[in-house]
Unconditional design. Sequence first.
Length: 255
Amino acid sequence: MDDNRLVAVVTGANRGIGKAIVRRLLQQTEKPVIVYLTARKVDRGQVAFDDLRREQLRVSSELAHQNELRFHQLDVSDLDSIRAFIDYLVLMHGTQCMDILVNNAGGVVKCEESGNTSTNPGSTVRTCDPDTAYKSVHMNYFTAVNMTTLALPHMRRRGRVLFMVTALAHLGIFSGDLPKVLASDDLDLTRLHIIENGFVSSVGKGTFSTYGFPPMPFAVAKAGLIAYARMLARTNAGAKDPPDPSPQRRPVEAL
């Protein structure tokens, strides 16, 4: 049965948007799908799994049989954890084991040391101290890039990779040459890493504004993801899929 179903992976899916994406995938009726709800903490992931499974059975036992929910621990900040998870997917579904990857894990870093512990993103995205800059870029940019880089060789034909970003991450928040560089078709991953690491370094030196960065670590990290997504789109723009013998094998349009 696995061979005829899509395989979708959602990172950071134990709550919030990630959990809602898993719920929506389980509700779609276009194509049978196995949805992997992943979370860093096993106990929280298991609670989310149990909640969504109960919802499934309450709404439609038939749909619950078609769309299967599975849970697996995954810490996207740990390369060994990512590799172990992908190894598991390969074991269960073969080398080409993913149709959909939703990079949702991440979030706004709370600055407890500065006294700002608000859960309102609007009050924290503009906090720009070295610790916040490092954690924000690592949590929201590098983890998603690492997850995607390791997953790409295992994506099935016509697979889809999605990144959760924010409207704050637009080119208008940057100044100088940065908007042009980030939007350039010549931008590669090495240069993008240099930009993100350069932001963290410049925050530590207090020179970030000199280089065109805003005091918004969360937005800078997400802008990096947008540039990375454009890079992936350019890289794969010329790739042509061979005729698919199974017309059923196509991405879920609900996404």
